[in-house]
Design a protein around this ligand. Structure first.
Ligand SMILES: [Zn+2]
Length: 395
């Protein structure tokens, strides 16, 4: 098997030509595993997962699904759902739309990382190329303006439409070369060169010319491990991203009756309005609470106030106000018969901690505190709670 694994270049077809969609290969091994089978071929155009990038997917002989590809101890294994016969020839076919999408993202990543290195001296120390998200981690922080500059220059590189070259320099040439690399490299080193923008050791497939990348759009940046994690979309992903964001802005624009370029201002106005309305509402609630307190008499043994969604501040405001009028039980409840009620109890003359214990016992509740005011939560019907409070207050 090892003898048949020949030269790396003869095995890894994607090394020299990233546009091979279909190829013929001999089956060297096929092993049964828990999830199906894994197949070793004498050559392959399938790029295995590695260096932050997901593997290619596709088929063998049209119908056998290749759902992931992994390089293990120098051998590239194709994980399939069916077996193939050792010694036979198979036709491998990769899902090329997905592969091309990854080529767009990956070449875009090289340009951006090369520019960040050249302009600001930071290294790319982490790369993730998933099916939706591409992120690059840099070992230094970049400002908004710096990121804008990188984005602009990256798109200039696209317009320049330079040829992306791959080289396999020998040790001598390599020692003379300036290039980016995350690893100490041994064995065959593949250099991906984007003249004027980047030189990097990389084994992944790239587009042939930078124009094929399409737009390079940096979509986000956040501080990460003392540096920065930058997210990016390129090519058709950038178009998809634009379409989604455009639709979102259009929907908001219709709802706010504002032009798309003015939605942020319109939302700000709406926030101000909401703030005003909240203040008005709070004023109305406060005057309602006051009117309820004004309606109380010193001889009342129970002051009772309830609502579906009273906040704790309003409940305390009522109980405090009521306690100034009566020395009986002052109680506020917020909730519904179905969900239960939170409560605030207060009294100038009675031990509300004791009363709370009784209420909790009667209505499977919890809570308490120090008199003259306690808080808690109970389950039960409001009518029953009121009757219970009346009976307790008269004792
Ligand atoms: Zn790379």
């Amino acid at each position: 098997m090892v003898e048949k694994l020949m030269d790396e270049l003869d095995v890894k077809l994607y090394y020299e030509d990233s546009y091979i969609e279909e190829f013929e290969a001999e089956v060297l091994a096929c092993e049964k595993i828990d999830t199906g089978y894994k197949v070793l071929l004498d050559c392959t155009a399938f790029f295995p997962e590695g260096g932050g990038q997901y593997s290619d997917t596709g088929t063998l002989n049209e119908t056998i699904r290749v759902f992931t590809v992994k390089e293990e101890d120098g051998a590239i294994w194709h994980y399939t759902d069916e077996t193939v016969e050792v010694g036979t020839l198979v036709t491998g076919k990769i899902d090329f739309a997905a592969r091309f999408d990854k080529m767009q993202q990956h070449t875009g990543e090289h340009i951006v990382s090369g520019l960040v290195h050249e302009l600001f001296g930071f290294d790319n120390v982490g790369f993730h190329l998933g099916n939706d998200v591409v992120t690059m981690d840099f070992n230094g922080e970049l400002t908004k303006e710096q990121l804008r500059l990188v984005e602009l220059k990256a798109n200039e590189a696209v317009v320049d439409n330079v040829v992306v070259e791959t080289r396999f320099p020998d040790r001598e040439e390599l020692s003379q070369m300036e290039y980016r690399s995350k690893l100490e490299l041994t064995g065959l080193v593949r250099i991906v060169l984007i003249p004027g923008y980047d030189v990097c050791a990389c084994c992944a497939p790239h587009v042939g010319t930078t124009g094929e990348i399409g737009m390079i759009k940096l979509t986000g940046a956040e501080k990460y491990k003392g540096g920065m994690r930058v997210s990016m979309v390129c090519g058709f992903r950038a178009l998809k991203d634009y379409n989604e964001k455009e639709q979102s802005v259009k929907d908001i624009s219709v709802q706010l009756s504002a032009k798309p370029e003015q939605v942020a201002d319109a939302v700000k106005k709406l926030e101000e309005q909401l703030h005003c309305e909240k203040a008005k509402y709070a004023g109305l609630v406060a005057s309602y609470v006051k009117s309820r307190i004004d309606g109380l008499k010193a001889s009342d043994r129970l002051a009772f106030f309830s609502g579906e969604e009273l906040d704790a501040g309003i409940m305390k405001q009522y109980v405090n106000g009521a306690m100034e009028v009566t020395d009986g039980i002052c109680a506020a409840f917020s909730g519904t018969d179905e969900k239960g009620y939170s409560y605030v109890l207060g009294s100038r003359s009675l031990d509300v901690a004791e009363i709370a214990k009784k209420i909790n016992a009667e209505f499977s509740g919890k809570g308490g505190g120090k008199p003259p005011m306690v808080q808690g939560f109970i389950n039960g019907k409001l009518d029953d709670v009121r009757k219970f409070c009346e009976s307790v207050s008269e004792k």
